[in-house]
Write a protein that binds this ligand. Structure first.
Ligand code: 5GP
Length: 116
């Protein structure tokens, strides 16, 4: 049978390793394998939602939880005061590679605007 789990579901299920920095009932946060800043974390809901444009009203509480969890992680990891960027890549033009909603948390250097 085809394995249609995303890479993030495999990390969630312990099938592939990741450096997990935070976990709660609804989400998991781990280091990106290809960091684009000194600190680059991915915050992923345990229940898969493909992307923002696939989310519905029933996902509203989960989306809010992810936003609040991102601030919790920022405090825990020590970059809440220095600042950080939260990015969601949605669809092809957004640069989405993994069809499992995730927040990128980028910190540890002064980030430029606009992004490339
Ligand atoms: P997207 O482009 O979909 O917004 O972001 C996907 C992210 O997942 C990329 O930043 C990529 O480096 C990261 N990534 C892809 N495969 C793995 C993996 O196996 N482990 C971890 N920790 N990150 C991954």
């Amino acid at each position: 049978m085809a394995d249609d789990k995303t890479i993030f579901e495999k990390i969630r299920d312990g099938e592939i390793p990741a450096e997990i920095v935070h976990e709660d009932e609804h989400c998991l946060c781990f280091r990106d394998i290809s960091p684009q800043a000194p600190t680059h974390l991915l915050l992923v809901p345990k229940r898969r939602v493909a992307r923002l444009t696939a989310a519905g009203q029933a996902d509203g509480e989960l989306l809010g939880h992810l936003m609040l969890a991102s601030a919790t992680v920022a405090r825990e990891q020590g970059f809440a005061e220095s600042g950080y960027r939260v990015v969601i890549n949605n669809g092809p033009d957004g640069g989405e590679e993994v069809p499992h909603l995730h927040l990128h948390l980028l910190a540890g250097r002064r980030l430029e605007w606009p992004p490339g």
